[in-house]
Design a protein around this ligand. Structure first.
Ligand SMILES: [Zn+2]
Ligand SMILES: [Zn+2]
Length: 253
């Protein structure tokens, strides 16, 4: 394809006759040959092009969820995730204990009245034996209204359920166990796992409809059009987390 010679960065650097320049411009703007070129395009542009192509070429409409997330919401769900699951491979809260082989936030730290809760409210997480919000008294807890571990870990799970967090592929029996990244870089109390801020906050990641992605995979197979990952790669997209096949990000800037 001759037109490709004049598209891309060289076009701007090299002097060329006006006619050739216009041809190059038309090519890069209108994608005359039909191929999407992800280089230099934003995540949103890549995703939009991919979704449009999936519909036009394979008749599958894929819904996009949770592109943008508020930092406070992400942190709320992250702390809930670290209280009940911690599906991260290599993240550990600053004070942790082992629960079924996973490093969740230590109960001794959660129930400690001196623990500071940053960006989140302890009242949303801690529960007493009766399932109520524990009662503070002086520097401690009121008798009969102390935080209860079982109730508190269940409350964290209820937060994940209410938020509609997915189930990790490698933890199929544990509902809402998908990883949730912190809302703040490095995370904060009571977790402080050092995790990186969720890409959803800046709109740099998207969670796509799972059933629709499976449908697209079937269509690709039927059309002998290669794998879903190869298809995504054509648009500069990838799925970096194997346990969350619905989570899509850009491959490189
Ligand atoms: Zn954390
Ligand atoms: Zn995601």
């Amino acid at each position: 394809m001759v037109r490709r010679v004049v598209s891309g960065p060289e076009r701007r650097q090299r002097w060329m006759p006006l006619g050739v320049w216009i041809l190059g411009l038309t090519c890069s703007v209108g994608a005359v040959d039909g191929a999407f070129r992800p280089t230099g395009k934003s995540f949103k542009e890549r995703l939009t092009a991919f979704l449009a192509d999936a519909k036009a070429s394979h008749g599958v409409t894929i819904s996009r969820k949770a592109e943008f997330r508020k930092a406070e919401d992400a942190q709320k769900w992250h702390v809930a995730h670290m209280i009940s699951y911690n599906s991260f491979e290599s993240r550990k809260p600053a004070r942790s204990e082992s629960l079924d082989g996973r490093h969740v936030i230590a109960w001794s730290h959660l129930e400690d009245p001196a623990t500071k809760w940053e960006h989140v409210r302890w009242e949303d997480y801690l529960r007493d034996r009766g399932g109520e919000v524990p009662v503070r008294q002086a520097a401690g807890w009121a008798p009969g209204h102390l935080p209860d571990e079982d109730r508190t870990r269940k409350q964290a799970l209820a937060i994940l359920r209410a938020a509609g967090v997915g189930t990790a592929k490698d933890r199929p029996r544990e509902p809402n166990s998908a990883m949730v990244a912190p809302g703040f870089e490095g995370c904060a109390e009571p977790c402080r796992c050092g995790g990186t801020r969720s890409k959803h906050i800046d709109g740099m990641a998207s969670d796509l409809g799972q059933a629709e992605l499976r449908k697209l995979e079937q269509e690709l197979k039927r059309a002998d059009a290669g794998s879903l990952d190869a298809y995504l790669a054509r648009f500069g997209l990838h799925r970096p987390m194997s346990s969350e096949p619905w989570h899509v990000e850009a491959t490189s800037p």
